[in-house]
Design a protein around this ligand. Structure first.
Ligand code: G3P
Ligand code: MG
Length: 231
């Protein structure tokens, strides 16, 4: 079972910051998920659409300037760019799941993705691009046929497997609250992985393993690794 450090090791360090990425690597975790937004054409690693709750700033992240973003922090940590995070992670053997948040335009990501492969030498199979925006995924996959993409689903999505099929997705990313055996079995029968978010509780981790899921996103990846080892 693959254990993704969710927003970096966000149970231990401010989420989606370099500190959270470094913590995940220090814990020996080799799969990391984080979220990105487009700010004036530069991609930044941050979860919320608003800055208010998780940073010292305020406003909609995609409507502030880069200069403003560089003046605020997340519990004392700067908001990193995608490039800064990827440059660091490229020095470690690591599966990276980049989640595209509500970006107005996919263009900055279309520009940077090939550079992650050519300039930072990250193997395409170590890059998994996910989003709730399935239109973005379809466009991206069309441009980069060798890329790995994954649709995210929030609620009970009866069309999840057919959506994943149409997108030729590598994996389905499903919410813990709505997971069921049928969807897992069908996805795997079609050759897809099933990854579930966000899973921190021991019983849930064990239950998902029994259901045969391929991986989880967790804020405490070391704990999940220990639970899977001892139980
Ligand atoms: O990618 C899995 C998970 O991160 C999706 O939800 O809101 O935590 O980005 P969220
Ligand atoms: Mg996410």
């Amino acid at each position: 079972m693959i254990i993704f450090a969710h927003r970096g090791a966000s149970g231990y360090a401010p989420e989606n910051t370099m500190a959270a990425m470094k913590k995940a690597i220090a814990l020996g975790i080799n799969a990391i998920e984080f979220d990105i937004h487009n700010v004036e054409g530069e991609l930044y690693v941050f979860h919320d659409r608003r800055l208010d709750n998780k940073s010292s700033g305020s406003g909609l992240i995609e409507e502030v300037s880069r200069q403003y973003l560089s003046s605020i922090n997340v519990e004392g940590e700067p908001i990193p760019t995608l490039w800064e995070v990827m440059n660091y992670l490229s020095q470690h053997d690591c599966l990276v799941n980049i989640e595209l948040k509500g970006m107005k335009s996919l263009e900055p990501f279309i520009k940077i993705y090939p550079r992650l492969v050519t300039d930072l030498h990250i193997a395409p199979e170590n890059l998994l691009i996910s989003s709730f925006n399935h239109g973005f995924l379809a466009k991206f996959r069309h441009l980069f046929p060798l890329s790995r993409i994954a649709p995210l689903f929030e609620g009970i999505e009866l069309q999840a497997n057919s959506t994943a099929h149409k997108l030729d997705a590598y994996s389905l990313h499903l919410s813990l609250s709505f997971i069921n055996q049928e969807i897992i079995t069908q996805a795997q029968a079609e050759g897809r992985k099933v990854f579930v978010y966000t899973v921190d509780h021991e019983e849930d981790i064990i239950g998902l393993r029994q259901m045969g899921v391929d991986g989880i996103f967790t804020n405490f990846p070391d704990r999940a690794a220990n639970i899977l080892k001892v139980r």
